[in-house]
Design a protein around this ligand. Structure first.
Ligand SMILES: *Cc1c(COP(=O)(O)O)cnc(C)c1O
Ligand code: SF4
Length: 326
């Protein structure tokens, strides 16, 4: 079988709730709700991710992450459009500087999958997709601040950008002497593992910067052989691999599920990094796990895992200088 390249796979992703329901043999009763959710935040599921979802199972932990639901339209007190108040920390277009020594660069407005719980589901991406000329302001900001040691490519999903653009950006960053590390926060290797191709590995492996890729995987079922192979290619290019998850009701809010995820990550050469509690973004309240439940889960998880496979349970609190441990 000849697989198409990642751009084709992305352009052929399922973007119609009806097609998603039909492909997975889901009850047509769901469709009205799915349409409503889709109007708020469009559905997007590439085939490589769809293939990991069990058909006709409404409790599938991967399906729950991507299926739009009518309840996304309900409002919940405390759940807002920009829970992290990032709009207040943008010294230049495409740049978020909230924490010491490191900055986020919004390298691509697009994602390869639309996760229903995403805290960026209301993000004004069209205002945050700089061209090369527009990156100059952000790059000047980095050049002028020797305290910044790490550039974190974020998004959307930074790996949704073309390798030409990413290679250019990486080169600009390499020319800033005080930058030591390039970090990439991405879900693409999990969603379309073919994204980790020779073009990407080419610019990445030749960078002088130390490279860290933080994956976003919430459930062990997301890690199939293609994902393991993508991780292996990244490691061979000198990348340190970490993972962050979001604690999601119905998806991964149990000790066995979280323990299996950590074990499976390590088999793929990835260390758990953060377990985030849900950001209170409008439309995602049904994924919430109360703090007391989250803390009890993590306490019990300690008894099932070696220390190095324990993710840190954190929350992002607007105005704080780091993630806040729970
Ligand atoms: C999460 C985040 C970072 C990275 O934080 P680490 O604790 O280093 O992983 C940096 N900047 C912003 C704005 C963030 O939200
Ligand atoms: S890949 Fe990340 S940024 Fe994109 S929708 Fe999913 S959680 Fe949000």
């Amino acid at each position: 079988m000849v697989r198409s390249n990642w751009q084709q796979q992305l352009s052929q992703a399922i973007r119609d709730p009806q097609v998603l329901c039909e492909r997975l043999g889901l009850d047509s009763d769901l469709l009205a709700g799915a349409q409503l959710g889709h109007e708020l935040f469009e559905v997007c599921v590439p085939e490589a991710y769809l293939a990991k979802i069990a058909p006709a199972d409404l409790s599938d932990p991967l399906l729950l992450q991507v299926l739009p639901l009518g309840k996304e339209a309900s409002t919940t007190p405390g759940y807002v459009a920009d829970p992290l108040e990032e709009a207040d920390h943008q010294p230049a277009k495409g740049l978020i500087h909230k924490y010491a020594n490191r900055v986020l660069l919004i390298a691509s407005p697009a994602c390869a999958i639309n996760c229903r719980y995403c805290f960026r589901r209301h993000f004004p991406y069209s205002e945050n997709s700089p061209s090369r000329a527009q990156w100059q302001e952000a790059l000047e900001y980095l050049r002028a601040d020797p305290s910044i040691h790490e550039a974190i490519l974020s998004g959307g999903d930074p790996l949704a950008a073309s390798d030409r653009q990413l290679a250019w950006l990486a080169e600009q960053l390499e020319s800033i002497p005080h930058l030591k590390r390039l970090r990439i926060h991405t879900r693409l290797p999990v969603v379309i593992p073919d994204r980790i191709d020779d073009a990407l590995l080419g610019w990445l492996s030749k960078s002088r910067l130390q490279k860290v890729v933080v994956l976003h995987i919430n459930h062990a079922n997301e890690i199939d052989q293609a994902v393991v192979d993508a991780c292996t290619r990244l490691k061979q290019a000198g990348v340190t691999l970490l993972n962050q998850s979001v604690l999601l009701k119905g998806v991964n809010d149990s000790v066995p599920t979280l323990a299996t995820l950590s074990e499976r990550l390590f088999e793929a050469g990835v260390l758990p990094y953060y377990l985030h509690v849900l950001d209170p973004v409008q439309g995602a309240a049904h994924f919430d796990v109360p703090d007391a439940v989250a803390q009890a889960l993590v306490k019990e998880l300690l008894e099932h895992l070696p220390g190095f496979l324990m993710p840190r349970l954190v929350r992002e609190v607007p105005g704080k200088m780091s993630k806040t441990p729970l």
